[in-house]
Design a protein around this ligand. Structure first.
Ligand SMILES: [Zn+2]
Length: 156
């Protein structure tokens, strides 16, 4: 399910559009880090001195796997990113630029927005203390105890 920006619009006035991002979209991405969620992307497009300047604000809840108990957990996503859409004949080495052929009519922003969401997920994420799956928590604590015993210095 793409998020299409129609490049034929008149951008002399900034245009803003909102898109809902649901679990189906988030899980349809290959190797998605997200198991679901419910987010809103607000895209503002305006003509800039160089190409079309996009500001993409994405916020909502994402569902990811807890690092400790592997059960689903919610993470808050709130990220704001800039992108510039430039005609391919104006290529220059720059970050955050999408190059399009001059006669391109529309652009799918979903792959970019998915990346912004994925980058906004904290590198490590787990339930707050005591909120993990109790069975897994019990197994984990047993594992930790065993590990500690294993690493004890042998006594002569
Ligand atoms: Zn957990």
């Amino acid at each position: 399910m793409p998020i299409i920006l129609d490049l034929r619009q008149n951008f002399s006035q900034p245009l803003t559009a909102e898109y809902a991002i649901d679990s189906k979209m988030l899980t349809s991405v290959e190797n998605s880090l997200l198991k679901g969620g419910n987010l809103t992307a607000t895209i503002t497009a305006r003509l800039a001195s160089k190409g079309l300047a996009l500001t993409i604000q994405t916020s909502g809840k994402g569902i990811v796997e807890c690092d400790r108990c592997l059960e689903d957990m919610e993470v808050d996503i709130d990220t704001c990113n800039d992108l510039t859409v430039l005609s391919a004949d104006r290529y220059e080495d720059a970050d955050d630029v999408i190059y399009v052929e001059q006669d391109r009519k529309e652009l799918d922003l979903w792959p970019f927005i998915y990346d912004f969401i994925a980058l906004a997920i904290p590198l490590t994420h787990s339930h707050t203390e005591g909120q993990c799956n109790p069975d897994m928590e019990a197994r984990l604590s047993q594992y930790m105890v065993t590990r500690q015993e294993d690493s004890e210095e042998p006594e002569d």
